[in-house]
Design a protein around this ligand. Structure first.
Ligand SMILES: Cc1cc2nc3c(=O)[nH]c(=O)nc-3n(C[C@H](O)[C@H](O)[C@H](O)COP(=O)(O)OP(=O)(O)OC[C@H]3O[C@@H](n4cnc5c(N)ncnc54)[C@H](O)[C@@H]3O)c2cc1C
Ligand SMILES: NC(=O)c1ccc[n+]([C@@H]2O[C@H](COP(=O)([O-])OP(=O)(O)OC[C@H]3O[C@@H](n4cnc5c(N)ncnc54)[C@H](OP(=O)(O)O)[C@@H]3O)[C@@H](O)[C@H]2O)c1
Length: 387
């Protein structure tokens, strides 16, 4: 098959069965975090990506969770079930392993359990949760539970396999910002994955896809369905333009791709990276690479903010403010400004800092600074990849 034909063969609806070829811890021992460098082989797929794109990954659920649900249902796993928008029936085990999400119960399952509970105590508890005055209690209750917990807590409301399946949503792929440049790694996609593990309601919980990549995929063998999600986020077409990159935590991923690419193509433009994480000693992701790129000039400047190395928190936006004059000089000279990482707090705070720097240094009123930022966005000089 020609490369062009292959290029269109794999997508979200027809993911490529890739193989993970490397899975390495990026945090040093003693870190509170688990961030992994995952390398996915895409040779022979015809998949193409550019710096700034993301990789979609279809995970499977933990086998132990699937077994526990089967046990709670009194099922073998061989039962045939029907899924929405899927013509042929599949086995219950297949549905629970790779088709359906086991987290995120809603009021509807509580209603179903309430209708089926045969134990008076369980029925009363469920009725209490569904009472009109219990809205907040119910929300907090659901927030702390996955479907497994509900089946375990209300065993008298024995559900049939299909009844449970009808309550579960589809297991969706997760996106990861690509941390490599195709100019350097055309047959690989590198990812920077923060593994999600936490404790709720006395139970150890995991993020489905991050633990799929960290724990369940065997390097070199497990087929890992992936697709490239093309993004507007990307380097300026003119490589002589300066770039400012703000990427704390896993937000660093696309900027490793950017600098790798600018180094490989000997781009003339300057680049300035703001990186932050908890502790310098354990969480300075890709430290050696940044040092090398600073040395060879591929990276002009790097400012770090290690939030937990001192009593008061220091974040990337604090470093922006400390370097406001220089930052404004770069922006005024036409630099592109990029942000990647946490959308809930970080990206908002960085946006405020950007407005403040432009207003303060440019001598602009808040409205004029806001217009300036709007114009940057319109010119694609302010781009965000936040999640
Ligand atoms: C464009 C884009 C790019 C992205 N790039 C990256 C990237 O480069 N690296 C990366 O690691 N991620 C990235 N993400 C996020 C990624 O897609 C996943 O959302 C993330 O990895 C979690 O997936 P999961 O399946 O492991 O967790 P899920 O199974 O989806 O579980 C996550 C959920 O668990 C709950 N949760 C998590 N922690 C806690 C806690 N401490 N207490 C209580 N509840 C909690 C929350 O409800 C959370 O929504 C990106 C997302 C997008 C949209
Ligand atoms: N197991 C753990 O202990 C643990 C810890 C963190 C994250 N995680 C997981 O990791 C995932 C994301 O991790 P990540 O590496 O991308 O990022 P992250 O760990 O959430 O954050 C990276 C850095 O950004 C800092 N930060 C926090 N709030 C900020 C703000 N408003 N503005 C600027 N910087 C801010 C953090 O400081 P502070 O955290 O010191 O405030 C940290 O130094 C989350 O999904 C979470 O589940 C796990």
């Amino acid at each position: 098959m020609s490369e062009t034909a292959l290029a269109s063969a794999y997508n979200k609806d027809n993911p490529f069965p890739a193989v993970v070829v490397e899975n390495r811890m990026l945090n040093a021992q003693g870190s509170a975090k688990e961030t992994r460098h995952i390398v996915v082989g895409i040779a022979g797929s015809g998949l193409h990506y550019k710096s700034g794109d993301s990789l979609g990954v279809f995970p499977t659920n933990r086998q132990a969770d699937v077994e526990e649900i089967l046990g709670l249902l009194g099922a073998t796993g061989d039962e045939s079930v029907t899924l929405a928008r899927t013509p042929a029936p599949v086995s219950l085990r297949e549905a629970l392993t790779s088709r359906l999400a086991l987290a995120g119960p809603t009021r509807r399952i509580v209603e179903t359990l309430a209708a089926k509970a045969t134990d008076a105590g369980e029925a009363a508890r469920l009725a209490g949760l569904l009472a009109p005055e219990s809205k907040e209690v119910l929300a907090a209750f659901l927030d702390e539970r996955e479907f497994i917990d509900l089946l375990a807590e209300f065993p008298s409301a024995r559900l049939q396999a299909q009844e449970l399946v009808d309550h579960l949503r589809r297991l969706m792929p997760r996106l990861y910002s690509i941390a490599s440049s195709p100019k350097v790694h055309p047959h690989e996609v590198h990812l920077t994955v923060a593994v999600v593990r936490y404790l709720t309601n006395g139970r150890e919980r995991v993020g489905v896809c991050t633990t799929f990549l960290a724990d369940r995929v065997s390097v070199g063998s497990t087929p890992t369905p992936v697709f490239v999600s093309h993004s507007h986020f990307g380097l300026p077409e003119d490589s002589a333009r300066d770039v400012i990159m703000v990427g704390p935590g896993t937000g660093i991923a696309p900027f490793r791709a950017f600098v790798q690419e600018r180094a490989a193509t000997a781009a003339a433009g300057r680049s300035w990276l703001f990186f932050g994480d908890q502790k310098r000693a354990t969480d300075f992701l890709y430290h050696e690479e940044w040092i090398q790129w600073l040395k060879d000039g591929s990276l002009t400047r790097m400012d770090t903010a290690f939030s937990r190395d001192q009593l008061n928190k220091i974040y990337v936006q604090d470093r922006m403010r400390e370097n406001a004059a220089e930052l404004w000089a770069w922006i005024k000279a036409g630099a592109y400004f990029y942000v990647c990482g946490d959308a809930k707090r970080m990206a908002k705070d960085v946006d405020v800092a950007l407005h403040d720097v432009i207003a303060g240094q440019g001598g602009l009123a808040p409205e004029a600074a806001a217009d300036y930022v709007k114009a940057m966005k319109k010119e694609k000089r302010y781009q965000r990849d936040v999640y």
